[in-house]
Design a protein around this ligand. Structure first.
Ligand code: GLC
Ligand code: CA
Length: 547
């Protein structure tokens, strides 16, 4: 098996991980100081969210220099030290690169604005015209139109995200070469791969036609993603860059579906190793998107997992994740962050670490960090949340109601400072952190869980160790049972030699599993201390059985 299939990935959101110099912002020396902790979890690969120079309108996903370290995070010597520290501990590093857009403060974009015949003009997507006549009706991911006007040349430029994130023109071979050289630059420093931000969006539909849909997820899949040249570009990228290194590549793939996934990750394709799809992450979104939520349905989620596993089984590879820096906290979203906080956080760990594919753990989920609920919108920092709020208020939404949606859906839920101990700001920073700490740091923190054998943290360690000892959990067969059961997620993993059963109770109810297990079956992992009968499941109980 290749290393990136066996790997367990730990995702770091550097701004919120550990502040080393008391300015309230997490940084690279902070991460360096916690490498022993990360290693102790048992993970193999660290994915660092963007750390390049950036004006931080979207916390680093708006890059102004791809070869410099963001001033808030440190400098290149801090980076070199971090990379060395990661490698010394036998771990690997993948960087987050943003190929679809840059910051409007990038020198390419500044030059591009200068004049229509500037050599950098074609690095971006411009349309000449009158200010109030937009080139098309596309909406941006962050509310409002996907176009902004530049007076100087009387043209609009395309930005699928904020207006400070202009989209690059991948039709231009120079843009592609620039990106490949940037990747070589980081590979030559010794990194082990890339997570590629919204890489499914880099090829634009010819003629940029008006969208005929108002449903944003449809607009993404029909107009923004999987453009006609995306595979040409990825193959070229593979040939020019990836094939020269023993690396891991995972593309973030809004709009990637079961029908086209293998075009990205098929073994014969020479494009990417894995993608992140969002099938399971959007199931609680209503027609109006995330701020129009519908109840979460476990049956739908199982169907998404089953279909993707089946699709990728023969000649692809999946990435298994339940949350990241763009979504609410997993325990608050799919588990129960009240009475069954501990059990449900462990159940989620069990799911994550027993599926086929490469698991991704987002920082803080290993201690069961929860959603936050700030009282005022002024406490929020995320551009997507703030823009949605403004938009909703302009449209006359009820502020109290919308605040509830923000509490449930904001990306800042996942971005609150990491909770290290019960001192000020959870030990994240001496000073006022850039985003307020979650009040519950006194009860939920690493230090407390280090000292508790039965903590969520120690359960993650145990589960990770168990997966390593039982590699059939990595690539063995997968079959889900009782798919239509609304509260149980039951599946089998097996090879010629071994057979495992994973029983997960996603509810507060007691259940009996209607399955005949062989006498020889043994209980290997359990999120409750005291075992009960093999077939019985208590609220949020998770069991791994081996035949
Ligand atoms: C991806 C990132 C997200 C960012 C967006 C624009 O979805 O994960 O955080 O805002 O791309 O770069
Ligand atoms: Ca700092």
């Amino acid at each position: 098996m290749t290393w990136w299939k066996e790997a367990i990935v730990y995702q770091i959101y550097p701004r919120s991980f550990k502040d080393s110099n008391g300015d309230g912002i997490g940084d690279l020396p902070g991460i360096f100081s916690k490498l022993d902790y990360i290693q102790s979890i048992g993970v193999d690969v660290i994915w660092l969210c963007p750390i390049y120079q950036s004006p931080n309108h979207d916390n680093g996903y708006d890059i102004s220099d791809y070869r410099q370290i963001m001033i808030d995070f440190g400098d290149m010597s801090d980076f070199d030290q971090l990379l060395e520290g990661i490698h010394e501990r036998g771990m690997k590093l993948i960087m987050d690169i943003v190929p679809n857009h840059t910051s409007d403060e990038h020198r390419w974009f500044k030059a591009s604005c200068e004049s229509e015949d500037n050599p950098f003009r074609d690095y971006y997507i411009w349309r000449k015209g009158e200010m109030d006549k937009l080139p098309n009706n596309w909406p941006s991911f962050f509310s409002g139109d996907a176009w902004d006007y530049d007076e100087k040349t009387q043209s609009h430029y395309l930005h699928l995200f904020s207006k400070k994130q202009p989209d690059l023109n991948w039709e231009n071979p120079k843009v592609r070469q620039e990106m490949y050289e940037i990747m070589h630059f980081w590979f030559k420093k010794g990194i082990d791969g890339f997570r590629m931000d919204v890489v499914s969006l880099i090829s634009k539909l010819p003629g940029l036609p008006d969208s005929e849909s108002n449903v944003f997820t449809e607009i993404i899949s029909q107009y923004y993603a999987n453009g006609p040249k995306v595979h040409k570009y990825l193959k070229e990228m593979h040939k020019e860059v990836f094939q020269h290194y023993d690396c891991m590549t995972v593309g973030e793939g809004p709009g990637i579906t079961l029908d086209n996934a293998l075009n990205y990750v098929g073994e014969d394709r020479n494009e990417l190793n894995m993608v992140f799809h969002f099938g399971h992450m959007y199931i609680d979104n209503g027609p109006g998107g995330k701020y129009d939520p519908i109840p979460f349905d476990l049956v739908d989620m199982k169907k998404v997992f089953n279909a993707w596993d089946e699709k990728l089984a023969a000649k692809g590879w999946g990435s298994i994740f339940l949350g990241n820096h763009d979504f609410p906290r997993v325990v608050s979203r799919f588990g129960n962050d009240g009475l069954y906080w501990q059990e449900s956080a462990k159940l989620i760990a069990t799911l994550l670490l027993c599926m086929r594919g490469t698991p991704y753990i987002f920082q803080g989920d290993e201690i069961g960090m929860t959603n936050v609920a700030y009282q005022s919108i002024d406490e929020y920092r995320d551009i997507e949340t703030l823009n949605s709020w403004k938009d909703a208020m302009l449209k006359g939404a009820d502020s109290e109601n919308f605040m509830k949606l923000v509490h449930q859906q904001s990306r800042d839920n996942a971005r609150t400072p990491f909770q290290w101990n019960n001192s000020r700001n959870g030990g994240f920073s001496e000073k006022h952190p850039w985003l307020k700490s979650n009040d519950n740091f006194e009860t939920i923190n690493v230090e407390k869980q280090e000292n508790d054998e039965h903590s969520i943290l120690n359960y993650y360690r145990k589960m990770i160790e168990y997966r390593k000892q039982n590699p059939d959990l990595v690539d063995g067969n997968y079959q889900c049972y009782e798919v239509e059961h609304p509260e149980l997620f039951l599946f089998k993993r097996w090879s010629d030699k071994n057979e495992y059963w994973v029983l997960l109770n996603f509810s507060e109810n007691h259940h009996n599993v209607a399955m005949q297990f062989p006498q020889s079956i043994s209980l290997e992992v359990n999120n409750y201390g005291e075992p009960n009968g093999i077939n019985r499941l208590r609220p949020w109980e998770a069991k791994v059985l081996k035949v």
